[in-house]
Design a protein around this ligand. Structure first.
Ligand code: NDP
Length: 274
């Protein structure tokens, strides 16, 4: 005879909202004037969120795409290599929108040289933009989220922080020592922040994009032999587009991911499965 297993009943949905619905949420997205950040900002807006774009460059194209969807786009000027400025950047965001529900740490740069020749200047540039500002912006936003939690009590809907990691969070790569170190660090910080903040109602997770067609990979794609090798190794048989990251970001930003903490979701056409 079969052993009997006690199952908890599946609760009926308590709200008519779709669990991926982001209406009424404000999402801060760094580096969303182009590339993956733009893809994510538009996807979050499609799901209903208003967007604050933290950019050092003009983001009017992304703003137009967000506004066409009927959502607000609030531009805030920010150079994320200036890590000491993060609390001030958040103050500007707060003055504009009052509350932040979602943070996507997307901005990033890459510098390529053999480890034997790599300069301290390139090391610092990548570490500051890709890791140090990610930490201090997350810290400032998490402090703000906890103030919201204290003020709003049971009405507070929780906070979501999403870091953009990389395949080089898992693999060594070549000629990208500071990028590899920074992106490995992003994974560590995703776990650490999840450990510290999960009980406080903040979900911290990461997305690891595979090879995506953006400015970041333009030099790589111009090397036809290398680009061909990469393509051959991607099980999905194509490079990714910025829009391919949208679904993962919407999921992790939504209440559907309320019980997901410290996870890194690869969106890589199967690269890591190989
Ligand atoms: P892009 O170069 O297209 O976009 C990078 C974004 O970061 C741009 O908006 C850029 O602004 C911004 N940025 C860089 N430095 C700063 C700074 N100091 N202050 C403010 N903004 C800054 O590349 P991707 O879209 O590809 O990269 C987005 C993220 O995805 C990065 O973290 C990258 O490491 C990661 N990633 C990308 C992969 C890919 O295949 N493309 C694979 C894995 C991870 P500006 O336009 O002004 O330079």
């Amino acid at each position: 005879s079969q052993p009997s297993i006690a199952h908890a009943p599946v609760a009926a949905p308590s709200s008519p909202r779709h669990p991926f619905d982001l209406q009424g949420r404000v999402a801060v997205v760094t580096g969303c004037n182009t590339g993956i950040g733009a893809g994510i900002a538009v996807a979050l807006a499609q799901a209903g969120a208003d967007i604050v774009g933290l950019n050092r460059s003009d983001a009017s194209e992304t703003a137009a795409q967000v506004q066409v969807l009927g959502r607000r786009f609030v531009p805030v000027q920010a150079d994320l290599s200036r890590t000491e400025a993060m609390a001030g950047v958040l103050a500007q965001v707060m003055a504009a929108v009052g509350q932040v529900d979602i943070l996507v740490n997307n901005a990033g740069i890459i510098r390529r040289a053999d480890a034997l020749d790599f300069s301290e200047e390139d090391w610092d540039a990548v570490m500051n933009t890709n890791l140090k500002s990610l930490f201090f912006l997350s810290q400032a936003v998490a402090r703000h989220m906890l103030e919201c939690a204290a003020q709003q009590g049971a009405q507070w809907r929780g906070g979501k922080i999403i870091h953009i990691a990389s395949l080089l969070s898992f693999q060594g790569g070549v000629r990208v020592p500071s990028y590899t170190a920074a992106k490995s660090g992003v994974l560590g910080l995703t776990r650490l922040m999840a450990n510290e903040w999960a009980a406080k109602g903040i979900n911290v997770n990461a997305i690891a994009p595979g090879y995506i067609e953006t400015n970041n990979t333009e030099a790589l794609r111009q090397d036809a032999a290398r680009a061909g090798e990469i393509l051959q190794r991607i099980p999905a048989g194509r490079w990714g587009q910025p829009a391919d990251l949208g679904g993962a970001a919407v999921f992790l930003a939504s209440s559907a991911a309320d019980y997901v903490h410290g996870h890194t979701l690869a969106v890589d056409g199967g690269w890591l499965a190989r």
